[in-house]
Write a protein that binds this ligand. Structure first.
Ligand SMILES: NC(=O)c1ccc[n+]([C@@H]2O[C@H](COP(=O)([O-])OP(=O)(O)OC[C@H]3O[C@@H](n4cnc5c(N)ncnc54)[C@H](OP(=O)(O)O)[C@@H]3O)[C@@H](O)[C@H]2O)c1
Length: 329
């Protein structure tokens, strides 16, 4: 059956301006880091994307290395785009990135002009796209001159291969320099993508203030700390969870007694608010006025439903915020 998107898809999601740009992003965005590689069932990945778009999630976030194997998430996404979303291309914001190891040798990693331009060309071929909406430098490169990396981003936009550029994982001092360079080149940075959650609050130490002052948007990745900030691990490790799948990035060791004690207290607070813990965790990130969108991962359509119920219910009382600060410590 050909896919026809829900007629109601724009009725409940809210869209927020990205910094001072003209682009609006959905408050909830979907990342394809997990559950879209060749280790996932294609029909399941496809169902997740359809479910998300039917609920107004117009922004899908990828990177050259998402899989496994690296590149396979973009390939699978490209197939799904062709089969289901071809007619909706102009309703979608598709992002990719380069910055981590992608291919062997000195040109498949970090931040040289050689790597970024070649990598985006590969990503476009895998996704069968003429352009991406947002192209990110995935992590700062301590060795390549920042000027070279930013010039490569500027070149990519001027070539029409990306509409906007972003930075990810840049600390505030490096981000400030990069923002200035990009602005001088006439390609202002659209957005920054840091890790930000109740368990990872580093962006509060300077980055959010910088982005606000510079009119740059912010999309928070891993807002659920990979699933820890949910009811997923309250009673052990479910068979179908990220930890049980043997993820390189989230293992049982992350569930320390101290952390799980905090998660239980946060869960009790969420219950008092009438939310699931995952919903309160997303609400907490969204209540920061600098945040444009939260970038979730999902292995089940119900997790997408939990998330899309959050925008509009992300206010906190002063007491609740203090309680969260107290629990997190
Ligand atoms: N820029 C970067 O360096 C960078 C790094 C990492 C990620 N990212 C981006 O951010 C995206 C999201 O990262 P993430 O997957 O770590 O995000 P996350 O939202 O913190 O974690 C997602 C995982 O949490 C669990 N989950 C989600 N909703 C739930 C719910 N309602 N109840 C219970 N469990 C729930 C699921 O795990 P189960 O599998 O256990 O169900 C899901 O796969 C990535 O796909 C990627 O696009 C970017």
């Amino acid at each position: 059956m050909p896919y026809l998107a829900s007629e109601q898809r724009y009725q409940t999601m809210t869209y927020q301006r990205t910094g001072q740009s003209g682009l609006k992003l959905p408050r909830i965005s979907l990342g394809l880091w997990h559950n879209f590689g060749d280790n996932a069932h294609f029909s399941h990945s496809r169902a997740l994307l359809r479910h998300a778009f039917d609920r107004g999630i117009t922004h899908f976030d990828l990177a050259n290395n998402y899989g496994p194997p690296p590149g396979s998430a973009e390939e699978n996404f490209g197939r799904i785009l062709q089969q289901d979303f071809h007619r909706y291309r102009d309703e979608l914001i598709i992002a990719s990135k380069a910055g981590y190891t992608m291919w062997q040798g000195p040109y498949g990693d970090w931040g040289s002009r050689k790597y970024l331009i070649a990598s985006l060309n590969q990503s476009l071929r895998r996704m069968k796209l003429d352009y991406v909406d947002i192209f990110y430098h995935h992590r700062p490169d301590p060795d390549t001159p920042l000027q070279e990396t930013m010039q490569a981003l500027d070149h990519i936009v001027k070539q029409g291969k990306a509409l906007y550029v972003g930075l990810s994982n840049y600390p505030p001092d490096r981000a400030a320099q990069a923002l200035t360079l990009l602005r001088e080149m006439g390609t202002p940075c659209l957005i920054h993508q840091p890790k930000f959650s109740m368990l990872e609050r580093t962006p509060e130490k300077g980055l959010l203030a910088l982005l606000e002052q510079q009119g740059v948007g912010c999309i928070a990745f891993s807002p659920l700390a990979g699933g820890i900030l949910s009811d997923r691990y309250l009673n052990g490790i479910p068979q179908d969870s990220r930890i049980a799948s043997g993820s390189r990035f989230l293992s049982e060791q992350a569930l320390t007694q101290d952390k799980m004690a905090k998660v239980r207290q946060l869960n009790a607070l969420a219950e008092k608010r009438g939310q699931k813990l995952a919903q309160m965790a997303l609400a907490w990130v969204l209540h920061h006025r600098q945040i444009t969108s939260v970038l979730i991962g999902a292995s089940q359509t119900g997790q997408i439903d939990d998330a899309v119920a959050v925008p509009g219910h992300h206010d906190f009382t002063g007491e609740e915020l203090s309680a969260i600060d107290h629990i997190i410590g």
